[in-house]
Design a protein around this ligand. Sequence first.
Ligand SMILES: Cc1cc2nc3c(=O)[nH]c(=O)nc-3n(C[C@H](O)[C@H](O)[C@H](O)COP(=O)(O)OP(=O)(O)OC[C@H]3O[C@@H](n4cnc5c(N)ncnc54)[C@H](O)[C@@H]3O)c2cc1C
Length: 353
Amino acid sequence: MTEAHTDVLVVGAGPAGASAAWCVARAGWHVVLVEARAQVGVPMQCAEFLPAAPGRLVADDAGVQTTQVLGTSLPSGQVTRLAAPGRMIDRPRFDQALAARAVDAGAVLRTATRCVAVAEGGRRVVVRQNGGVSNWRCKLLIAADGPTSSVARRLGLPPLRTLHSRQYRVRLRHPLHETRVWLSAAFPGGYGWLFPRGEEANLGVGVERSSGVDLRAVLDDFHHGLCAIGLVDEAVLSRTGGRIPVGGLRSPVVHGRVLFAGDAAGLAHPVTGAGIAPAVHAGELAGDAAVRFLAGEAQALRDYAGELEDCYGSALRHACARREAMLEAWREGRFDDAAARRGWVVFPEYFAA
Ligand SMILES: Cc1cc2nc3c(=O)[nH]c(=O)nc-3n(C[C@H](O)[C@H](O)[C@H](O)COP(=O)(O)OP(=O)(O)OC[C@H]3O[C@@H](n4cnc5c(N)ncnc54)[C@H](O)[C@@H]3O)c2cc1C
């Protein structure tokens, strides 16, 4: 088996991995970014809403539609409209732009290349490409391989708690200028969404995996309900879905020479499922920590773990607690408007002590 060397090996060219690779490459270190998919960002597994956030995010050209308001439908059917600015993006284009930025900075991107083994605490990685297998030696490994991180599994670390989701792309009957969310006993531990993208929309549901509900049946019922009230067409243009971490920060987020980033670190918001922006941010933090470590700052990896905890730890713990309370209300058959308002991020009750 051939053996190659790199300073940093990044597994997964999603927003976290591509951002990490960019940071390492622009500092002049050798970085290899391996991605299991043949094309970055394809197939798309996302509702494509990027909440407006302070700070910068690249890939501005991937915007499809901006929205200012989120309409939240409560279990009683009452709809509350509150400011929640953000934009709908073309997620494949967004991810591809981040990967292109990393390559422009000097990162080596290998698509259709899957990490299949991790040894020596992350310093030796085996990848499979075109039926062949090659061996990489690296000084650091950044695991940005999503919510079901196989790097974590191969290191013997426990899986993250995840919610499962399904989504249809549908045509809107009328233009929709806001994002819409439905909180209902039909979606235990999650919610239904309709996010507009021009003449079409992403219509999806997420539910707690242990609830035992038939996700497809729930989505079809939801879809038929929105057809009946004239919001969307019946034809399903495309389908997707996937897992979303709902258990908060992975512990630990640094394991020897392995740094977890993005969903692999458990960074998606357990209530909203929003994980694109934290993935970009964590990728950049992981990349910068790798650069400092390679330059001889031994504490850089510990600092990375501290920064993730400072930036996200308490917000994620609060969200986990709120989601648990919502699930309890669901299980006890008392999921009413008050319970929904305490569990959903746009309401003041969510932030109350
Ligand atoms: C249905 C759905 C809707 C969502 N909607 C939103 C939304 O509207 N807004 C939002 O902010 N967030 C949303 N999210 C969450 C968001 O998509 C994630 O938080 C985000 O993609 C995390 O980025 P990442 O880089 O950490 O991981 P990913 O984007 O999952 O990237 C991981 C990459 O690693 C690759 N990979 C995995 N294993 C290996 C391996 N062994 N070898 C090589 N490569 C590997 C995968 O192919 C993938 O490309 C949604 C998620 C789902 C499932």
